[in-house]
Design a binder for this molecule. Structure first.
Ligand code: M6R
Length: 604
């Protein structure tokens, strides 16, 4: 995901910016850039790929004495990862870096273009610098022009802007994307989108609140709240531990990644939804010509998202769909027909078993598509077509946000194919798109929910096993909940279809068997409820997750009322992730690096 740094002071500005960007590398990015303003002259460098490319480009550029500078690492969302799309973006006399999304950039861009402004990039960010320069021509000061610009933006942002018209100042704004400013005794000012670049440089930091904007100069840190009231900075000591800073205050990467899901799902939806259609610029609609079946193939968590997808493909796009575990598919001499689209799913894009099945499908002449989180990975390079999830780097071995973005992509893809095959009315499609827009909100973790799960977790540390049960898409979610728990708690857990328990596993039921029951209000509620009642009658200890109170359960975790089963799916996904996390914490396990597991499994 994108990262921002900024510096105002007398030290080596170039090195400070590049070092700061290095500290943000772990977030993932595909291009980077810096702009330095010194003696009324701008120097700007950008490079695609790793920071080493930017270092190479700037090797003959030196800075000493006073300067202001801004830098950025970009994870492409609006426009491809090219130099032109990399930040900082330039106007006539100013540069800007930005994290987030400017939702009204199309309208702003149209009006600027009508005024004769020429755009160089495909990004939403570029409108900020042009809008600022337009306002600069009208307003009395650069700060007034900047304030006006911020008031005209809609969306989420962290912004730094530098301009020749005030060449010893950095302008900033924050709304929905993190940013902080740090200071030290040498009167230097450091900006960043998270703590790590500031460690070792700044002694104290001020975390901006949503709506804050203002400017920083040699003499002043001027912060204004969204209602234009001047605020006093609230400085606090900065952490000195880099690893904990990378976790942004969370105890574990897995916890941070669970909390990040709302943002990364929003990124995954970005630019892909309009009122009545799903857009995948990376796909040619003709790619689906002649396709009568979809086969999905993956391992682990990615396999669970594939299973979830199969319900949506058949339900919405009315296309035959089958799902395969990659390690099984490889050796069972499968029959492959040319009218089948072969889809592999992988967070890493490197999992050996999945990669091999992709090679098999290609060899058999099938069209292939990969849904992946890592651009340029082996699978992305090999498949005929690719949809990137935009989860950012996932560090926790137990996958969370990758799964969330995969399911989001599959929901979109099933609707995209539904439109191509004309299997859904436009009214229904528009409603589905409306529901998709609700996903980022549905996965937000509330303190109340997290606290409740923390408290409940102490009752689930023993016993002889867990059954996560659900029907329809809640069956793959049950599998995923059980996998999460196994991986980090080392307790035995299984995911099972609710209706299947009576065909054998119910024999295990006693108070020491823990059933985690997924009870969606909007999908087969009565049927699922009966299955849970059967287990309750046999004294299994039940933890029900539902929007509707359920009195046959020993414990109950309530999700919010919503209007569709998929929104319940996403809410319950967060609950099972947090439950696993908190059980593991209580057992004293290494949450991020559980025993025996690796993040990327490149052996068969
Ligand atoms: O990178 P991939 O999605 O191909 O990885 C597949 C599995 O190895 C992975 O999902 C694994 O099951 C995770 N540890 C699950 O949390």
């Amino acid at each position: 995901m994108c990262g921002i740094v900024g510096y105002l002071g007398e030290k080596n500005t170039k090195e400070i910016l590049l070092d700061g960007l290095k500290e943000l590398e772990y977030r993932g990015y595909d291009s980077a850039g810096i702009a330095v303003l010194q003696n009324k002259t701008f120097s700007n460098y950008k490079a695609v790929g790793k920071l080493i490319n930017l270092e190479e480009k700037t090797k003959d550029f030196t800075t000493k004495d006073f300067a202001v500078g801004i830098g950025h690492t970009r994870w492409a969302t609006h426009g491809k990862p090219t130099e032109l799309n990399a930040h900082p973006h330039v106007g006539e006399n100013s540069y800007v870096v930005h994290n987030g999304i400017i939702e009204n950039y199309v309208e702003l861009k149209r009006s600027l273009e009508a005024d004769g402004v020429k755009f160089l990039s495909q990004t939403d960010t570029e409108v900020i610098v042009h809008q600022f320069e337009k306002n600069l021509k009208i307003e009395k000061t650069a700060f007034e022009a900047f304030s006006k610009t911020i008031s005209e933006l809609e969306g989420a942002y962290a912004i730094l802007l530098v301009t020749k018209s005030e060449d010893a100042t950095i302008f900033f704004a924050k709304h929905g994307s993190p940013m902080l400013v740090g200071i030290n005794q040498e009167n230097e000012k450091y900006f960043a989108s998270s703590d790590t670049p500031l460690i070792g440089h700044a002694k104290e930091v001020n975390y901006f609140e949503d709506g804050d904007y203002g400017f920083v100069s040699n003499d002043e840190i001027a912060i204004f709240s969204k209602d234009a009231k001047k605020q006093k900075p609230v400085f606090q000591a900065i952490s000195t531990n880099r690893l904990s800073a990378q976790k942004d205050g969370y105890r574990f990467f897995m916890e941070k990644e669970i909390y990040e899901q709302s943002d990364v799902i929003a990124d995954t939806l970005l630019g892909r939804l309009s009122e009545d259609a799903i857009h995948f610029d990376e796909l040619d609609p003709a790619f689906f010509d002649g396709i009568n079946e979809i086969k999905l193939c993956a391992c682990g968590t990615s396999y669970h998202s594939a299973l979830t997808a199969s319900y949506m493909f058949e339900r919405y796009a009315k296309i035959r769909c089958s799902v395969e575990i990659a390690s099984e598919f490889r050796y069972r001499e499968p029959l492959m027909c040319k009218d089948t689209l072969f889809v592999v799913i992988s967070q890493s894009g490197e999992t050996a078993d999945t990669l091999e099945t992709l090679k098999m499908a290609k060899k058999a002449g099938l069209k292939t598509l990969v849904v992946c989180n890592v651009d340029n990975s082996s699978m992305v390079r090999l498949a005929d077509a690719c949809i990137l999830t935009r989860a950012g780097i996932e560090k926790g071995v137990a996958s969370t946000k990758a799964f969330a973005t995969q399911v989001t992509v599959f929901w979109m893809l099933s609707l995209y194919i539904a439109k191509l095959r004309d299997t859904m009315t436009s009214k229904k499609l528009a409603h589905q798109i409306f529901l998709l827009r609700g996903v980022p909100g549905s996965v937000k973790v509330t303190d109340t929910m997290h606290e409740r799960i923390k408290r409940l977790s102490k009752r689930y540390l023993h016993g002889h096993g867990f059954f996560f049960i659900g029907r329809d898409v809640f069956f793959p979610l049950a599998l995923e909940g059980a996998l999460k728990l196994k991986e980090i708690s080392y307790l035995h857990a299984e995911g099972y279809p609710s209706g299947e328990m009576k065909h054998g596993p119910i024999a295990l039921a006693d108070p020491e068997l823990f059933t985690i029951a997924l009870l969606p209000q909007h999908l087969l509620y009565e049927k699922s409820k009966s299955n849970v009642e059967e287990l309750s009658a046999r004294d299994s200890t039940i933890c029900a997750i539902s929007a509707i109170e359920f009195d046959k359960a020993d414990d109950f975790i309530q999700i919010n009322q919503c209007e569709d089963y998929m929104l319940e799916f996403f809410q319950m996904m967060v609950v099972v992730q947090l439950l696993s996390l908190e059980i593991s914490v209580r057992l004293g396990n290494d949450v991020d690096m559980p025993r025996n597991l690796a993040k990327s499994v490149t052996v068969e």
